[in-house]
Design a protein around this ligand. Structure first.
Ligand code: SF4
Length: 441
């Protein structure tokens, strides 16, 4: 069967889609882009905001319009929170978040889709287990969350915490590595809570992955700034763990954090930032901030902005607050007017860009290992080629390279020669193997 898989929302949703893609292929189905007349479409929906719900419903209708004959499977947070509303949109099967591990099985049983084991056994299939040119993959290791931040619907949609056994994670990473992936991003809803149901911590999982796989680069997805294991920062003694941490702050003001029911005060957050920077060279810390949370006064906002400036993040994802039905925050008084939200988001964007530019400028002159993205094959042998990819600390780098790499590893030694504010990227030139002993210019 020709199957198209689409997702909205977070990295955990992306990791799930990647896994379903491999499972459908291993079961002998063909995974195709939505444009190639699929017979079955799976949508992994999102419901983190009202806007995300609107987008999920809109995409469902479009899929229906474009592929009226295709069977439609809806999973994800919108399907979990509003199964009947979803079914009313002409969905053939709704698979709640708690059932995601059985999605293929339910599709084959309930939509009478035949399995084609013969094709599954075809060794050439192996290389097709992943879309071509895919060199970074998201691996979900944990789901659910025990906390109740007042703005968050994810904890409601995803349920209690559950962790994947390390052996499963190791197998998946080895399969990915064998298929050409050189970087894996460990994702979860509350990654720091990994192992709470297994009697072990996230640090033990990472050590097991580093011991039992040869994946060159390991990265963490978004990780809440609490419940981190004692020995968390020691993990970076391994050069295979990338020096980037995405630690959602949400607000830099304790009064606002209290109304958000966050488990981390600014003092604790700052201590973690300082300890992490002391322990991990070239560490890039990025974050999420909600602007205009109910009750956020001008004083609270000024305090928040000052704290964020002081932290000097490599990047800040800015989210103007929007009430999400079903969350406690949606009932809170003191809504912040849209124009005030806008003004605060603008001042934060300016402050964040200043910090980002300063962080990028500090990288000039360094030599870093860049994981090159995109198609390598189109260049002529004697052409200087512009490629791009990400540094270990997750900064985009535009790389001038001669001769262009054709096969083998996509990880390239690059000397950072400058920055390009227009494209918000670093600039560099690749260092041929022979010259790597020569110190940077
Ligand atoms: S810790 Fe994260 S996932 Fe859990 S409730 Fe808070 S924001 Fe939601």
């Amino acid at each position: 069967m020709r199957v198209a898989l689409q997702t909205l929302g977070c990295r955990v949703n992306e990791a799930e889609i990647e896994r379903w893609s491999r499972e459908f292929r291993a079961a002998g189905h063909q995974v195709v882009p939505p444009s190639e007349n699929p017979e079955l479409v799976v949508l992994n929906s999102c419901a983190v905001t009202q806007e995300a719900v609107r987008k999920s419903r809109g995409l469902l209708r479009r899929i229906h319009r474009e592929h009226p004959a295709a069977k439609l499977v809806l999973s994800g947070c919108y399907a979990t929170l509003s199964p009947s509303a979803a079914a009313a949109l002409g969905v053939d099967l709704v698979v709640a978040n708690s059932e995601k591990d059985r999605l293929l099985e339910r599709v084959e049983q309930e939509l009478a889709v035949a399995t084609m084991p013969a094709m599954a056994a075809d060794p050439d299939q192996g290389s097709l287990l992943l879309p071509v040119n895919r060199h970074r993959a998201f691996v979900k290791v944990q789901d659910g969350c025990r906390y109740r931040c007042t703005f968050c619907i994810v904890t409601v949609a995803r349920g209690a915490e559950r962790s994947r056994p390390p052996a499963d994670v190791v197998d998946e990473i080895n399969t990915l590595h064998a298929s050409g992936v050189e970087e894996v991003v460990l994702t979860g809803v509350h990654l720091g809570g990994y192992g709470s149901d297994l009697g072990q911590g996230l640090d033990q999982l990472v050590r097991t992955v580093l011991d039992r796989t040869a994946i060159p680069r390991l990265r963490f997805g978004s990780i809440e700034p609490w419940d981190l294991p004692e020995a968390f920062l020691e993990l970076w003694r391994s050069p295979r763990l990338m020096p980037h941490l995405h630690l959602p702050l949400q607000s830099g003001c304790d009064a606002t954090l209290r109304r958000m029911a966050r488990r981390c005060k600014t003092r604790d957050y700052r201590r973690l930032v300082d300890q992490a920077r002391a322990a991990i060279p070239e560490l890039n810390i990025t974050t999420d901030v909600i602007v205009g949370f109910p009750g956020e006064t001008d004083q609270e906002w000024e305090a928040s902005l000052a704290f964020i400036r002081d932290c000097g993040f490599g990047h800040v994802h800015i989210f103007p607050y929007s009430p999400r039905e079903g969350t406690k925050a949606a009932e809170l008084p003191g809504a912040v007017p849209p124009e005030t939200q806008k003004a605060r988001a603008l001042s934060l964007r300016e402050a964040a860009m200043e910090a980002r530019r300063a962080f990028q400028a500090r990288c000039v002159g360094q030599r870093v290992e860049v994981l090159i993205e995109g198609d390598l094959k189109k260049a002529g042998a004697d052409e200087i080629r512009s490629l791009s990819g990400y540094s270990p600390n997750y900064l985009r780098v535009g790389v001038e390279t001669f001769p262009p790499p054709t096969a083998g590893s996509r990880i390239m030694t690059v000397e950072i020669t400058g920055t390009d504010p227009q494209r918000d990227t670093l600039l560099g030139r690749s260092i041929p193997a022979a010259d790597r002993r020569t110190p940077p210019a």
